[in-house]
Design a protein around this ligand. Structure first.
Ligand code: CIR
Length: 253
């Protein structure tokens, strides 16, 4: 059974980092309720939840995905590009130490897990404002030992690679073509987001099911038409913090 590491929505979430969207009030209680439903969806797709101890004073700590890249053989603890997020990694490392050998991205490298998309033995890594060439180089050295190839992917206008593209089946991606060139990810089936739903390219594949935001109904219909089985979740409050469905968990297969 895969584990899903999650971390509570902190009361300080309104002070979160924002890069490409404007600031709107976040209802903490509503965000907590949505996060609980998200955890239920993780259980529904077969995960066992493991809680990373809460960090009330770290505004983005719910977005646990960014703190590590978990491979079958090793977990790479990141060094987030956002300085306000660097304190988040210690607790993730402590939890992951029970499940994987650990290595870490060291200064001056930066890397955030939201930039890393694994497709088989290839790790596509977004050249975002959060993940710098030194960080990508360190990931390459760590992952290469286990036979992974690291491929840098240019982005335009979005936070992370997984804002722009994610897997919805082992051979199929959902992509926002305005933010990334899907052709750079190799020979995969491509489902484009509806142009009115730019944030709909962030989907969380677990086993053969996909956790997907309820807000993006048009893209959801496109995915369903391709046979993708969807577990719908309302994550509207977390979206105001520029987070999506991959960001709120770290899946340990
Ligand atoms: C940030 O800007 O770091 C957070 N407010 C959102 C992080 C979202 N994480 C992700 O896409 N993996």
């Amino acid at each position: 059974m895969p584990l899903a590491l999650t971390r509570a929505v902190p009361p300080s979430i309104s002070q979160c980092e924002l890069t490409h969207i404007g600031r709107h009030p976040i209802d903490h209680a509503r965000a907590v309720a949505q996060h609980r439903n998200y955890e239920r969806a993780l259980v529904a797709v077969g995960c066992q939840i493991v809680a990373v101890p809460a960090a009330p004073d770290l505004p983005d700590s719910v977005f646990v995905e960014d703190t590590a890249v978990v491979l079958d053989e090793v977990a790479v603890i990141t060094r987030p590009g956002a300085a306000s997020r660097r304190g988040e990694t210690v607790a993730t490392a402590e939890v992951l130490a029970a499940h994987r050998a650990l290595v870490a991205i060291e200064t001056p490298g930066t890397l955030e897990g939201g930039d890393v998309l694994r497709v088989g033995r290839r790790l596509f890594v977004g050249a975002s404002s959060r993940s710098n060439p030194d960080g990508l180089g360190q990931l390459d050295r760590h992952a290469r030992r286990f036979g992974y190839e690291v491929v840098t992917v240019p982005l335009r206008g979005c936070l992370h690679l997984k804002s722009a593209v994610t897997l919805v089946a082992p051979d199929t991606i959902v992509v926002n073509p305005a933010w990334v060139d899907a052709g750079l990810l190799g020979d995969l089936h491509v489902v484009e987001v509806d142009a009115r739903e730019p944030f709909a390219a962030n989907a969380l594949l677990v086993g053969d099911r996909v956790i997907f935001p309820a807000a993006h109904a048009r893209t959801r219909d496109r995915l369903a038409a391709r046979g993708v089985v969807i577990e719908s979740v309302d994550v509207s409050e977390l979206a105001k913090a520029e987070g999506g469905v991959t960001c709120c968990s770290l899946i340990v297969e």
